[in-house]
Design a protein around this ligand. Structure first.
Ligand code: URA
Length: 222
């Protein structure tokens, strides 16, 4: 994707868009070593310099996405990637994963420190999942005593139960952990939606996204 160079410069935090336009008009801005003119476009992979100094193109972004079914949380070469639902110039990746057939809250960022903090098990950030099961749920006590899986015990909390539909809270983040845990108790998860991470509640429609506020970012990594 190509965007106007003044927008890239403003995005980087170097200066305002108007100031960037002035710099371009003065001939101070180069893209891949060529002086550019106002209105020229560039890609995030291009090298942009102002007075021969490269700018750091990527400002940091923190995003919540409501992932629809069928999209994968990977930067790899697959047909439908969650990151492609967020059309911004920065190169972002997902923080943790949601299964391809799952929906709901996924965090996206280009801030490695933020991603590491969120993912680190010592943080024990709770995640809330809404689940549709193949039968009525009757195992709250059993589940909350802990469910033993091949890679260790999980200690969920059952937040609410409405026949086949339940909301659970877990702090662990291992692969397919919710489905495996329910399967251990002889339930099949027909639908899984992540509705909350820490205090951050999903509040955008499926397929949509928004930037997090500074307050939300601080709360997640505190
Ligand atoms: N647990 C699962 O089984 N799947 C997910 O996508 C997330 C948690």
């Amino acid at each position: 994707m190509e965007i106007r160079v003044q927008a890239i410069i403003a995005h980087s935090g170097y200066c305002s868009r108007r100031k960037a336009e002035e710099l371009i008009e003065k001939g101070k801005v180069k893209v891949n070593d060529q002086i550019i003119k106002l209105g020229d476009k560039a890609k995030v992979t291009d090298t942009i310099t102002i007075d021969e100094m490269p700018i750091s193109q990527e400002k940091k972004v923190w995003i919540m996405l409501n992932k629809p079914k069928g999209y994968e949380c990977t930067s790899g070469n697959v047909k439908k990637r969650a990151i492609d639902l967020v059309q911004i110039p920065e190169r972002i990746y997902t923080v943790g994963r949601l299964d391809k057939d799952a929906t709901g809250l996924v965090l996206l960022t280009n801030d490695g420190d933020f991603a590491n903090k969120i993912m680190h098990p010592s943080k024990e950030i709770p995640k809330y999942y809404w689940l549709l099961l193949d039968r009525e749920f009757h195992d709250k006590e059993k589940m909350e005593k802990g469910v033993r899986l091949v890679d260790g015990k999980v200690f969920p909390k059952v937040v609410s139960i409405d026949k086949h539909k339940i909301v659970i809270k877990i702090v662990e983040g291992r692969k397919h952990i919710v489905k495996r845990m329910l399967f251990k108790l002889k339930y099949f998860v027909k639908a899984l939606k992540r509705i909350q991470i820490g205090n951050l509640k999903l509040d955008v429609k499926e397929g949509k996204w928004r930037y997090l506020t500074q307050k939300e970012i601080n709360q997640l990594v505190q």
